[in-house]
Ligand binder design. Sequence first.
Ligand SMILES: *[C@@H]1O[C@H](CO)[C@@H](O)[C@H](O)[C@H]1NC(C)=O
Ligand SMILES: *[C@@H]1O[C@H](CO)[C@@H](O)[C@H](O)[C@H]1NC(C)=O
Ligand SMILES: *[C@@H]1O[C@H](CO)[C@@H](O)[C@H](O)[C@H]1NC(C)=O
Ligand SMILES: *[C@@H]1O[C@H](CO)[C@@H](O)[C@H](O)[C@H]1NC(C)=O
Ligand SMILES: *[C@@H]1O[C@H](CO)[C@@H](O)[C@H](O)[C@H]1NC(C)=O
Ligand SMILES: *[C@@H]1O[C@H](CO)[C@@H](O)[C@H](O)[C@H]1NC(C)=O
Ligand SMILES: *[C@@H]1O[C@H](CO)[C@@H](O)[C@H](O)[C@H]1NC(C)=O
Ligand SMILES: *[C@@H]1O[C@H](CO)[C@@H](O)[C@H](O)[C@H]1NC(C)=O
Ligand SMILES: [Zn+2]
Ligand SMILES: [Zn+2]
Length: 639
Amino acid sequence: MRLSTLTLLGLILPILRIYACNDHAHARRGGDGHGHGHEHGHGHGHEHEPSVPKGLSPPTRPLEWGDINILHTTDSHGWLLGHQKTSFPEPNYSADLGDFASFVTHMKKIANEKGVDLLLVDSGDLHDGTGITDGFPPGGVDAHDANEFVKMLPYDVMAIGNHELYIYANTLDMHENFVPALNGRYLSSNVNITVTGDDGNPLDIPVGERFAKFKTKHGRKITSLGVLFDFTDNDRNTTVQKVADMVNEQWFKDVIQEEPDLFLLVGHMPVSRDNWPLVFDAIRAVHPTTPILILGGHTHIRDCVQLDNRSMALESGRYMETVGWMSAKLDRKDSTDDIRFSRRYLDTNRVTYEYHTKKNDHEFDTSLGEKITNGLQDLSARFHLDTVFGTAPQDYLYLSAPYPSNNSLFSLFINQVVPVALQVNKTESAPPALFMVNSGLIRFDLYSGPFTRNDQFTIAPFADSFRYLSNIPLSDAMAAFNALNGAGDSERRQETEELVARHYDAIQGYERGEVDLIFNNWLKKMDQEIDVQRRAMKNLTLGYVTQDSCPGVGDDTQHATIPFFLDVPKFIVSEPPTGDDITSDTPIDFVFVDFIEGSILSILNSLQTEKVYTSNDTMRYSDLLSNAVLGVFAQEVWN
Ligand SMILES: *[C@@H]1O[C@H](CO)[C@@H](O)[C@H](O)[C@H]1NC(C)=O
Ligand SMILES: *[C@@H]1O[C@H](CO)[C@@H](O)[C@H](O)[C@H]1NC(C)=O
Ligand SMILES: *[C@@H]1O[C@H](CO)[C@@H](O)[C@H](O)[C@H]1NC(C)=O
Ligand SMILES: *[C@@H]1O[C@H](CO)[C@@H](O)[C@H](O)[C@H]1NC(C)=O
Ligand SMILES: *[C@@H]1O[C@H](CO)[C@@H](O)[C@H](O)[C@H]1NC(C)=O
Ligand SMILES: *[C@@H]1O[C@H](CO)[C@@H](O)[C@H](O)[C@H]1NC(C)=O
Ligand SMILES: *[C@@H]1O[C@H](CO)[C@@H](O)[C@H](O)[C@H]1NC(C)=O
Ligand SMILES: *[C@@H]1O[C@H](CO)[C@@H](O)[C@H](O)[C@H]1NC(C)=O
Ligand SMILES: [Zn+2]
Ligand SMILES: [Zn+2]
């Protein structure tokens, strides 16, 4: 990363921060209440003065190397420029893809010196998540340009994710432009694409390869697969085969027949509560003791499971916050003893990378790393991602602040951002309005400092339009909101929950790729289970505190948990209009995003019988889409 005006502003702005009174918000600033957050404004410049963000202390202990060692990334979703904000825990994840490339180069060298193998593996979801992937100009393809840099890393195996499949053009781009760079190691065991064959007829073929068999540098024979969970929301002309069906295919049985030194199962499938056991059991039925290493993904958490003592399954988080490490000491070929595995979740920053490669800041960068960093910066400039809409006066958090509260991004969004942005340029005075959106519209925290075009992509990427019903009595609109959030007596609650389930879960849901619920529950559990002692330890900073089911401590750096507030409802509503002439009967404009229109119409119809509302009654409220309101608001209010 370069030291830009953004980072310089970041140095000054924390001083202006508004400090909240509640303990959690204090903890969020660095855990020690001493204004930790003030000291960490530095980015690191590659060109002239490499430096690490101040205040980052090294990991707890060196990595445990084995004969076979793996560096694992997953669900990077375009976070290739690293996390660039100065509020914690963001600096912990401040390394960019160039830094990671340098890290990989040094680690490969260490592996060579030790005479062991180091493999680089990715479990998918390269698309959707930041401006560098999603901010392409008209006519472009999501992640196409960003992936040019991913290609420059020496990945040994990559697997396809569900985010490669929502839009056919993205899958086709992977098939035509990305797969060839991986030389047969981009795996999609149960995912096909339909293309036009040479004869003009449709051709149904794997996006990448179904499997790969290869030998490592040190001569170990590996059989590798790339498996996607049972995803159903893929675009037309792409096919996802159920995992249970895949393991019954003849090609699968043929591939696993020959015994390698180890099976390397890479895939976009969580290591807990999903279908890895189907693949594992199919292999174990043929090879009871062959080592099986599994690298999973998709639910964005840090997790590890051992299905037996000669196997380990690791999942390495999200958004380039975590690099996973797995190592195994392989024994004689016919051994049945427990294999000695290790696993670690590395925070992605230069302190971590330099610690584990024993490099100082001046000798760390490689020419490949610098080339990638500079190339990504150029791409960012080409996509205008640094355009500043305004300067946020404080952090607004989506999961780590209570809702409603002054620190809650949901509160800011629904009470200020949406109402203000939708009134900009409206000449006639609009009737009083009540605004309602689904909380899933927000995907990330909004940190103090410059609010950029890239931030708009990371925080609110969904392009929903705002529609409204006019002349709805205020009390009816509020009743609809309350009912949708499951308030009221239990009978009614059950009724409305079923209603919501029908309309809402039809458009979200696990098999359609929705993972927020699992990720949020993981944070919630972390927040609840963290022992009081750890929370009180003044020297710890915020981050993940992972409790998985593998032996030993997984986190590379000790943290205190990020506070989590779970009571964010599915729907959020603006404060009702006030004034002398406003009563519960006052007719208002009831404004909502089109995504939840069906839920709102059904609930209104279940609450009263005078009128049957249909989509014909709703009208467009504004030309602004939900992915643009933050920018407009920042321009108006934070400038
Ligand atoms: C993460 O950030 C905190 C901030 O103070 C630091 O103490 C911790 O060591 C960082 N983690 C790593 C791996 O550098
Ligand atoms: C799928 O692709 C084939 C071949 O390119 C094309 O003929 C067909 O119309 C496509 N199907 C759909 C549903 O778009
Ligand atoms: C995927 O493509 C292969 C190769 O053409 C074909 O044999 C297989 O039936 C396809 N699988 C699915 C699930 O469409
Ligand atoms: C691994 O071995 C230990 C000790 O023998 C045993 O207690 C444990 O149940 C085994 N774990 C699995 C997953 O088989
Ligand atoms: C929240 O902000 C409002 C408006 O600035 C202020 O009146 C109120 O006291 C704040 N509440 C808290 C808990 O700080
Ligand atoms: C408001 O109008 C100005 C001047 O025409 C225009 O530049 C701006 O984009 C408009 N803003 C919105 C949110 O429509
Ligand atoms: C924090 O302090 C405790 C003892 O008070 C020590 O054991 C631990 O290693 C320290 N952690 C860090 C990250 O410095
Ligand atoms: C909406 O209006 C159109 C045209 O007037 C009509 O054909 C359609 O049935 C209406 N839809 C509903 C759900 O009432
Ligand atoms: Zn993902
Ligand atoms: Zn996914």
